[in-house]
Design a protein around this ligand. Structure first.
Ligand code: ZN
Length: 481
């Protein structure tokens, strides 16, 4: 029923949309805020300080259960393991996972319901059709246990960020709130069951932002969860008026949070941003803690590996595909699923004392990574340093079609000075190599994707794994390649 309701939603009159959001919010609340959810939240509070050995035991116990279940009830896994001569007993430890091939998005698309467990009725599964940025939606499914666990992970993020349930908060994060064809406010809906103000990501314009801010004030917003680009657009507006909107907590997800944007966001909302990473396919979850020292992997949720195209593990610090193995989704388990993002493990412990493993907080879409002619990879964060010295940048985008050429588009207040231009060229010469041609153009606007995100980097150059460079977002202005 909700599938139909969601489809019809954008065509409904505003009062009906309002009523639907209210009912939906109440249903989701009844579904997730119940004793077993609280129990999971308490479990995650304790497990984040477990000895690493205990966490491994927990993961491997769940892994054995899910592999056995997959072998016994999921046609694709039965077939794959039979073909490879594997029995469930062959996959007992995390390292044993490497015996299984990596599952790519294209495989999921081709396999469809062969990835669903025959032991779980279709009615017990939610379709998680992921945003169709690259073609048709992906047929992935979630069951109730993984939804509850994901919610508990999300509440852990909020606990770390300092906004417990009940605090009035704003969400500007991609869900369709009002039709993109709508030209007049309200561009938001209230969800009283969650004390949440849901705001559209695609109506953020200079003309509308004052209306957003007024609604946020009326609502009494004390926290925000947002795409980095949305939080940045509002923060930049506040900056241009020399205003602030003090919040108690702020979380970002959905895109890399670039340091240049983080500074302005944190300054204008007067709070630290807690960046998080999660996948619609529910195989991985990670976030910053109060140390903002990369991401802690939420190891209870899934097993995360960083691998090359063939599934070989990469050393900490070296970039690779982020591959997740679901530990809770019995309805449609995904083992070694490459969600299309690139990241790197971090070989360090965190001063916060939590024992959860660390990942560099630079997870980027595969197509958002620049590749140099000699095969080095630069995440968007590295690229963002190129415009650090350029004043009043509103938006930017770097497009790479071939290894030896990039095109930088900039939206900024006032003209680009010769000095700024020279600074950009000098940075790219150092980072990409002197042979790469760099075109810079100032433009009026950079189109956003359907979900309201503006991709900072768009590259169609294939990635090369195992290259010698480190995947690092530290400010390496004084370059030490
Ligand atoms: Zn920490």
């Amino acid at each position: 029923m909700w599938h139909t309701a969601r489809k019809a939603y954008k065509h409904l009159p505003v009062p009906m949309q309002r009523a639907l959001v209210k009912i939906y919010g109440r249903l989701i609340r009844a579904e997730r805020i119940r004793p077993e959810s609280r129990e999971l939240e308490r479990f995650l509070e304790e497990s984040e300080r477990w000895e690493p050995g205990r966490m491994r035991e927990y993961q491997e116990e769940r892994l054995r259960a899910i592999v056995r279940h997959a072998y016994e009830t999921v046609p694709h896994y039965r077939e794959t393991m039979d073909r490879l001569g594997l029995k469930p007993g062959d996959i007992r430890r995390i390292d044993d996972l490497q015996k299984l091939p990596v599952l790519h998005k294209r495989d999921v698309r081709a396999l469809g319901k062969r990835l669903r467990s025959k032991a779980v009725p279709r009615s017990a599964l939610w379709s998680a059709a992921t945003s169709a940025t690259s073609g048709s939606p992906l047929p992935v499914y979630r069951d109730r246990p993984v939804s509850l666990m994901n919610h508990a992970c999300y509440m852990r993020l909020r606990r770390w960020a300092g906004f417990p349930f009940g605090v009035p908060y704003v969400t500007i994060q991609g869900r369709l709130i009002v039709s993109d064809r709508q030209k007049h406010p309200p561009f938001w809906r209230r969800n009283p069951a969650w004390n949440q103000l849901l705001m559209s990501t695609v109506h953020l314009s200079d003309e509308n932002i004052p209306l957003y801010l007024r609604e946020m004030r009326d609502f009494g917003a004390r926290a925000m969860e947002a795409f980095p680009s949305c939080a940045f657009i509002i923060a930049r507006y506040l900056e241009s008026r020399d205003e602030h909107f003090p919040l108690e907590a702020l979380t970002t997800t959905g895109e890399p949070l670039l340091p240049t944007e983080r500074d302005i966001i944190e300054e204008r909302f007067q709070t630290r941003a807690f960046d998080a990473y999660s996948t619609a396919e529910r195989v991985a979850f990670s976030s910053e803690c109060e140390e903002h020292n990369g991401h802690h992997l939420y190891a209870e949720f899934g097993i995360t590996e960083i691998v090359d195209e063939e599934g070989r593990r990469q050393a900490p610090g070296s970039p690779g595909l982020i591959v997740g193995t679901s530990l809770h989704n019995m309805g449609a388990p995904l083992l070694r699923y490459a969600c299309g993002d690139v990241g790197a493990m971090a070989d360090r412990s965190c001063p916060c004392g939590r024992t959860l493993p660390m990942m560099e907080g630079l997870a980027s879409r595969v197509g958002d990574v620049i590749v140099t002619p000699d095969g080095r990879m630069l995440p968007p964060i590295m690229v963002s340093w190129s415009i650090k010295a350029v004043s009043n940048v509103i938006q930017w985008q770097l497009v790479q079609r071939t290894p030896d050429e990039v095109r930088l588009s900039l939206v900024k207040d006032g003209p680009l000075t010769d000095k700024e231009r020279a600074g950009i060229l000098e940075y790219f010469a150092r980072r990409l190599g002197a042979d790469v041609r760099v075109h810079i153009e100032q433009v009026d606007q950079i189109p956003a994707s359907a979900t309201g995100k503006v991709r900072h980097v768009v590259s169609s150059v294939p990635l090369v794994w195992g290259s010698p460079n480190r995947w690092s977002g530290r400010d390496e202005h004084e370059g030490d390649d």
